[in-house]
Design a protein around this ligand. Structure first.
Ligand SMILES: Nc1ncnc2c1ncn2[C@@H]1O[C@H](COP(=O)(O)OP(=O)(O)O)[C@@H](O)[C@H]1O
Ligand SMILES: [Mg+2]
Length: 429
């Protein structure tokens, strides 16, 4: 029997903020074996074009980079790791972040930095504001970055290891793109000059955005390896479980599925456990039930706002977002089957006698509306900005969303099977 009301994650929002701060300072689970394997891989010849690690937001990429990889790299006297952190300087232009970090490293190697900079010919670089002259051409960027890397290699006498955190941020400005390209090309060129050459390891929260950076010859990481950073696993959960106060802790068997549900974000799981701890004294089955409810609420944090946002969309982008959620990686908005499904949904919403015909331009514009509203990303194909969006869209009854039924009414399978008879995958209703 309950000895206290079921807690609500929303009601605990203010506490959760406090808990999130607590979680921020909670001890970190070390990952030495993964760090050792990653370093060994990174230093191999096969990774001379770069190693890109992807993983969802808040799953521990930066922590792994700073608390596992960096100390290990620093412990090797033949290596000189440099962290270029684009999130720590979120307001700064990403190209400037690269240049500024390299300059600061040079400065730490050589107190007389102005003289060094002059010697390197970096006349367009103001060392106070670290601004490149806007007229500086791409070739100059490359020359400048290459000279800085050469100088750093020479001064340290070590192999440079560049660790770029959230590297897709560089793609948000022309200058960022250019300087990253210069950096990658400089590293390639130094790898041709000398072996063992420098290495780049970069992280990014968005696998598709990282992949796009490896796609073409003109992309900075052409030929680089993209790999998913394994999320924290069972050993971490066991370790965390042991730290939760015994009275008011969930059964250990529930931790793994909860962590999956929370997209492998340690902070969310810790926050839930913290809220749960204030319900100590209840029987275990009640604690476990509360845990489940809190996990569900935490997993759906932001869903209400998302749905308001979604329901504010015009018909065509709304229909496309539904078809995209249903189709997953198969989504191909300009193919006939996708167009038919989209048109069927718009027809339902507008209560038209026949499905409307959309030009490719109209479909493209509608996709751009989804991009502009931060719902999807358009790069190599289409992908939701956040993995949760797909689940949330699928949780809606299409019959209600497309105006065929009131909430609780019948699904629209009849309507959608018309489109599926014509060769399209069937929409789940
Ligand atoms: N190894 C770990 N052990 C314990 N907590 C962790 C670990 N890695 C990450 N966290 C928690 O998750 C939070 C987010 O991690 P972070 O490394 O910033 O994620 P990302 O860089 O992937 O967005 C951290 O602030 C920390 O609270
Ligand atoms: Mg990070």
């Amino acid at each position: 029997m309950l000895q206290a009301p079921i807690p609500s994650f929303q009601r605990f929002a203010h506490q959760v903020e406090v808990y999130a701060r607590v979680a921020e300072h909670a001890p970190l689970f070390p990952r030495p074996a993964l760090a050792a394997a990653t370093v060994q891989d990174l230093l191999s010849v096969a990774r001379s074009r770069g190693l890109l690690l992807t993983g969802g937001r808040f799953t521990g990429k930066s922590t792994f980079l700073r608390h596992d990889l960096l100390p290990l790299l620093r412990s090797d006297p033949s290596l000189y790791p440099i962290v270029i952190d684009f999130m720590a300087h979120e307001e700064a232009e990403p190209g400037a972040v690269i240049l500024q970090t390299l300059c600061a490293e040079l400065q730490s190697q050589d107190g007389v930095v102005r003289r060094t900079a002059r010697k390197l010919g970096l006349t367009g670089l103001s060392l106070g504001g670290m601004q490149m002259s806007p007229v500086q051409a791409e070739a100059d960027d490359f020359k400048g970055v290459l000279k800085m890397l050469r100088a750093l290699s020479a001064k340290t006498g070590r192999r440079l290891i560049l660790l770029l955190d959230e590297v897709q941020r560089t793609q948000t400005s022309d200058h960022g793109r250019r300087v990253l390209l210069s950096l990658a090309r400089s590293v390639n060129s130094l790898n041709v000059d000398a072996r063992p050459g420098p290495r780049i390891l970069a992280t990014g929260s968005h696998a598709h955005k990282l992949r796009k950076m490896t796609f073409g010859k003109e992309d900075a990481f052409h030929g680089a390896t993209v790999r998913a950073l394994p999320p924290l696993g069972g050993d971490y959960l066991q370790w965390l479980h042991a730290q939760v106060p015994v009275r008011g802790r969930p059964s250990s068997g529930l931790m793994a599925s909860a962590f999956d549900r929370l997209l492998h974000r340690p902070r969310d799981l810790i926050s839930v456990c913290q809220v749960l701890a204030s319900y100590d004294g209840n029987p275990q089955h009640v604690i476990d039930r509360m845990f489940h409810l809190l996990v569900e609420e935490c997993a759906d944090d932001g869903k209400t706002e998302f749905l308001l946002h979604l329901r504010d969309l015009p018909d065509l982008p709304l229909a496309l977002s539904r078809v995209m959620a249903e189709a997953g990686p198969e989504f191909a908005p300009f193919q006939l089957w996708c167009k038919r499904l989209t048109a069927a949904l718009v027809q339902a919403r507008r209560k038209l006698p026949a499905p409307p015909e959309f030009t490719e331009g109209e479909i493209s514009d509608a996709l751009n509306v989804l991009v502009a509203r931060g719902l999807i990303w358009r790069g190599l194909g289409f992908v939701f900005e956040h993995a949760r969006f797909q689940r949330w869209i699928l949780s809606l009854d299409p019959a209600v969303e497309f105006g065929l039924a009131a909430p609780g009414g019948q699904p629209v399978s009849a309507l959608l099977s018309v489109a599926s008879e014509q060769g399209a995958p069937r929409l789940v209703s």
